[in-house]
Design a protein around this ligand. Structure first.
Ligand SMILES: *Cc1c(COP(=O)(O)O)cnc(C)c1O
Length: 222
């Protein structure tokens, strides 16, 4: 199937209100344009240099989401381009993004990345850490970022019960944050979870954004 057909097939299966982030990392701009031609407007990249190289070559109505681990010295590279940084994994990074967005006079949406997977290599706040940071007021008074929700990756496993229980924990944590710390804030509404192998499960557990690469563009060549 072509990229355009894949976009159409996946989009047709998403419940109303769930949006697709087409993960275009490692794929050239020509392939992104194929997806764009099928109506796709939200794309995800996980490396700062790659986002900064591709974005200027592509239509300005693309909404770029940064989804990879973000080093502090790379923040400046992506704040001119990213509409959403999904991978905020510390309060320091959040504050730095706020500062760099202000510097280029932009407003950036961010998601708080939650660590719910078993692998230690994955990043993100633990549930305890994110609730503590919220209690301490770390998410208040940010002039140039809007905290729009949470993001997470499940454990890489074929045990789909495990994956489902991790997505459920993300959903519960989202609700706790929303009701306790973001009460009345209409911007705190996104749950980004689900990739090529587990997005059906993520959608069942309340995902509002799914991040799909392989299932659209085929295998990546590293
Ligand atoms: C690469 C990546 C995806 C997409 O993975 P696929 O299995 O190719 O769909 C989703 N989220 C993150 C954070 C990624 O790095």
């Amino acid at each position: 199937m072509s990229i355009a057909q894949n976009i159409e097939r996946i989009t047709a299966q998403l419940p109303h209100g769930v949006r697709l982030v087409a993960v275009s990392k490692f794929h050239p701009v020509e392939k992104i344009m194929e997806a764009y031609g099928a109506g796709q407007r939200i794309f995800g990249e996980n490396r700062a240099q790659e986002l900064a190289a591709k974005a200027p070559q592509l239509p300005t109505d693309i909404e770029w989401h940064f989804i990879g681990h973000l080093q502090k010295n790379k923040v400046r590279m992506i704040t001119p381009w990213a509409s959403t940084i999904q991978s905020i994994d510390s309060v320091e990074l959040l504050e730095l993004v706020n500062k760099e967005a202000a510097r280029v006079n932009r407003h950036v949406n961010v998601l708080l990345q939650l660590h719910v997977a078993k692998e230690q290599t994955k990043s993100g706040f633990t549930v305890e850490e994110v609730l503590k940071a919220a209690d301490e007021g770390a998410f208040n008074d940010l002039s140039h970022v809007t905290i729009a929700g949470v993001m997470a990756m499940a454990t890489f496993t074929s045990d789909m019960d495990q994956v489902a229980s991790e997505f459920e924990l993300v959903h519960d944590t989202f609700l706790t944050l929303r009701d306790k710390h973001f009460a009345g804030d209409p911007h705190f509404k996104e749950i980004s979870m689900g990739m090529s192998d587990d997005w059906h499960i993520a959608v069942q557990h309340g995902a509002s954004l799914v991040r799909i690469g392989t299932d659209i563009f085929g295998a990546r060549e590293y």
